[in-house]
Each structure stands twice: as C-alpha cells, then as structure tokens.
Write a protein that binds this ligand. Structure first.
Ligand code: PNW
Length: 489
C-alpha cells in the first residue's frame, strides 16, 4: 500500500490532457429516429418485466442526439482538451452490415465532431460501448467468431467516415464488462448468464476483433489519417487482505484484467498463464474434454500482441482479496468464472462509499494499479479513459470533488515515479443512463433534469472545481468556487 501524498497545492505536469466521457446509449436517446435500428440495450430496456431500476430506458436519455451543441458548449465551459464519446453502431449501420450507411446518423456524428473541432476540442472516439446491434445478438453476438468480421467491417466504415478528423480511437470499452457482465453474469445486456463458457468465448473473439481492427487501421488508414488506436480496459485494484494472500490477490488481478491486458501488452502475449492452467485443470476435473477457455492459435497470439498504441484504463475502486480454504461449490456456481478464479473479495468496511454500492473511495489503489502496470508491462503510455464517482441528485457534490482530488493526486504520485500517463478522463460530463441502475445513480459534473423535456443541464460544484483545476493546472484541496456565478466559457 502506498501513502498517498496530500499536497496542499500540487502542480499538474504539462502534457497530461484532460477531458470527460460519455457513451452513445447512455446519452443520445433518439433510439429509433432517423433510421436507427434496434440495439441490445433497446431490446433489454423494452422487455417485460422491465429489468432496469424504475423501468428507466435510454429512449430519450439526455437527448444528446438533438442537443449536441449544448454538450459542446459544456465542454467549452469546462475548458477541456478532449471529449470521449462512443458511436452507435445501429445509428450508422441499421442493417448491422456495411451494405447500407444511414446518412442521418452519420450527419449527427459529423455535426458533433465538427462542432468540437471548431473550438479545438479533440474527439476521442470509442467504436463500441456496449450497444451491439440486436440482429447480431440474435446470431450469438460476441460469442460467435464471425463477430470479428462484423466488427472490423463496421470499424472500416467508421474510419472512412470520420478518420479525417478523429485522431484518437478506442475499439472496445471494457471487454471485461462486455464479456463477464453481459455473457457470463446477468448485469448487462444481453444478460446471457452463462459464466464459465460464454464469457470466455466472448473474451477470445473480442480480443481478435480488437487486434484485427488495430492492424487494419495501421495498414490502411494510419499513413493518411495519422491517428492512434487503443482499447479501454476496466481495471480496479485488488489488494491482498494480508501478506499471506499476495498470490490470491495476484490471481484476482490476472483473471479480472490480465485476461485482456496480458494478450495485448505483455511480452509473450496470450491469456495469463495462471488462467490457462486453472481453467484447463478445473475443466478436466469437471468432466470436460477440453478447457472451457478457448485457445489462441500461435498466429492469433502474435496478431494480438502489441495491438494498441496506448493502454486505456477505466478505474473506479478497489477490493480486498483472500483465498478461502473452505471454498466449496456453494460459494460460486461451478463451472463459473469466479469458481475458476477461486478467491474471495470484499470491501473494507471503513472505506467511504458512493451511491453505487461497488464504488468505494480508495485512492491508493489507483496508485498501486498504475505502479503495477508500469512495472509489469514495460511502462506503456496510459490514458485514463474513465474515473468518477456517483451521488444522488443535487448540485452540491462535495463527495465527488473529494474523490476527484484524491484520485488525481494518487495518479500524480505514480506519474512522479515514472508512469507515462498521457490523459485523464472524468466519468462523466453529465448524468446519464447508468445501465441497470437507470437514472438514480448520477456520475455527472453536470446535473441533468429528467423531469424537463429539454433535459436541461446544470453545472455542479464539481464542474467549477474541475474547470479551475484545468485552468490553473493545479490541484488545490482548499479551492472553493463561487457557484452563485454562472459557469462561463
Ligand atoms: C463503467 N467496476 O463501467 C462504464 O464504462 C460506464 O458506461 C459506466 O457508466 C461507468 O462505469 C459507471 O458505472 C464500470 O468493476 C466497469 O467497478 C467496472 C466497474 C465499474 C464501472
């Protein structure tokens, strides 16, 4: 564990870019307008009984489809270097395939990108942030190996349409959540709930799709367009409960994010060794004829290795890890991802919590994560693609301000020791559709009024603080904004 330095006033090194992020389904609305077709989140939120808290849907969400000018105005109010947003596959390609390009959808993204560039705010664009075309899901979605072609075809269209202006690309947002929460567990669309099989199939396919997209860009677009391509991987910190649990904690890290980081960023590539051995051994024990974890061919290992210009990290919180000697098949269903991993986790009861029960404030975990990534993967360029805190409604969000200050402070500790952090992204620009939690949990620097058909956005106190931090390039724990004054450009 590190003791995070709490400087009273801390200089933020030049060169780190600052921005905020959102995702298409969480903010756009206009779910069936202008030719957009159905995604897995449209299907899920429209199903009965409604699976989302308060039966919320993203049908209208923040109405960003009609309010992109206001969104860009907020980026300007904050003084951001960049804005990270994602594209809706079904808005651009309503058939899922490249045979029909939806001009209205393309126009929306052109407008958004051009409006940002007018004010020198760089677009950082995620190709896939969870809203798969329903039609592709009907054919197995990320568990079908053909998804590699479906995804690279879509990516090609996107590079052709927007690559003249977009220089930062992320292929996939959080493969771990797509695969585990969507196909393994029951907490994201398409709610497959087939852990131990479907999550692993998805993991393989998503990594191959990512790598092929990366190489396509490098081979066919980068010379003309000159952009960079990476991926955004969720990586929380897993700390050993005590010294004797060091090995258990390392296994948690390898299963939880090594699955996706190791194949791309390690020297030898492939899934982590401990994971391959463990899942194979368990599978044979359980009577399978082969490992439930699909293998990469040697060619695929090479294809995936090094297939990112930078490592995007979404980081929110930390957990404590121990191995329970009496871990039985009742602890976790068997087979399952967590049974394969074979360790227990919990939150220290003294850690302060956000409104999301999983979000505990543990800034030193962020420092430990960045330190580990630097030493284990030869100091890759890192973009913090998400970091943020949830509250209920209300403009006075001191807990969010405190979270941001402590996490950025911890990040700068790692930077001082050599971590190559190039960008920091606050999640989120504004409140939005928080997946199965609906609109109850709020992550925004700006509050969104969901009672108001216009979805009016109002700066929270944290927006003032973030703005001042970027303006002065200083982290100041004592700065108090005057929120009676409007936030202006
Ligand atoms: C992110 N965890 O996911 C998503 O990328 C956003 O769309 C979402 O709104 C945001 O978090 C807030 O929930 C997470 O393991 C992935 O702690 C993993 C975790 C948390 C959030």
């Amino acid at each position: 564990k590190s003791s995070v330095n709490r400087h009273e006033i801390r200089k933020i090194p030049d060169g780190i870019l600052f921005g905020t992020a959102t995702a298409s389904y969480q903010v756009e609305g206009a779910w069936n307008e202008d030719g957009k077709s159905e995604s897995i989140w449209d299907r899920l939120t429209h199903s009965t009984p409604c699976p989302v808290k308060n039966c919320d849907t993203g049908d209208i969400a923040d109405d960003s489809y009609h309010q992109y000018e206001r969104d860009v105005e907020m980026l300007r109010e904050l003084g951001l270097d960049f804005y990270r947003f994602s594209l809706s596959w079904t808005r651009i390609l309503p058939t899922s395939f490249p045979d029909k390009i939806n001009e209205k959808g393309v126009e929306y993204y052109n407008n958004l990108i051009d409006e940002m560039l007018k004010y020198n705010i760089q677009p950082m664009v995620t190709l896939y942030h969870w809203d798969l075309p329903q039609k592709l899901q009907d054919m197995g979605g990320w568990t079908n190996p053909h998804v590699v072609d479906w995804f690279t075809d879509y990516a090609r269209i996107v590079f052709e349409l927007f690559g003249d202006r977009v220089k930062y690309w992320f292929t996939i947002n959080e493969p771990r959540e797509v695969c585990y929460e969507g196909y393994g567990g029951p907490s994201l669309a398409p709610l497959y709930n087939m852990t131990g099989y479907a999550d692993y199939m998805c993991a393989k396919n998503i990594l191959v799709a990512h790598a092929k997209t990366y190489h396509m860009y490098k081979n066919e677009f980068s010379k003309i367009q000159g952009g960079t391509v990476g991926i955004a991987i969720s990586a929380n910190w897993f700390e050993a409960e005590s010294e004797k649990e060091a090995e258990a904690a390392e296994e948690a890290r390898q299963f939880e994010w090594g699955t996706y980081i190791n194949p791309i960023f390690s020297k030898n590539g492939d899934f982590p060794a401990v994971m391959k051995e463990r899942v194979a051994a368990k599978s044979f024990e359980q009577g399978f004829f082969r490992s439930r974890l699909p293998e990469f061919s040697p060619e695929e290992v090479e294809l995936i290795k090094g297939s990112s210009d930078f490592l995007g990290i979404n980081h929110y919180t930390s957990k404590l890890i121990y191995r329970n000697a009496s871990l039985t098949s009742d602890t976790y269903p068997s087979p399952s991802f967590y049974d394969d991993m074979g360790v227990m986790s919990y939150y220290d009861s003294t850690w302060e919590s956000g409104v999301s029960s999983w979000l505990k404030i543990v800034p030193w975990g962020f420092y430990n994560l960045l330190t580990k990534l630097r030493t284990d993967y030869d100091n890759p360029p890192i973009y913090i693609t998400e970091n943020g805190f949830s509250t209920y409604e209300g403009l006075e969000d001191d807990s969010r301000i405190s979270y941001y200050r402590q996490y950025i402070d911890a990040m700068l500790d790692a930077v001082d020791e050599g971590s190559d952090v190039r960008a920091y992204t606050a999640w989120s620009l504004m409140d939005n559709f928080e997946w199965l939690q609906g609109y109850a949990n709020r992550f925004g620097l700006y509050e969104v009024d969901y009672e108001d058909p216009k979805r009016t956005r109002t700066a929270r106190k944290s927006a003032y603080v973030y703005k001042e931090m970027l303006r002065t390039r200083q982290l100041d724990y004592h700065y108090e904004p005057d929120t009676t004054l409007p936030i202006t450009i």
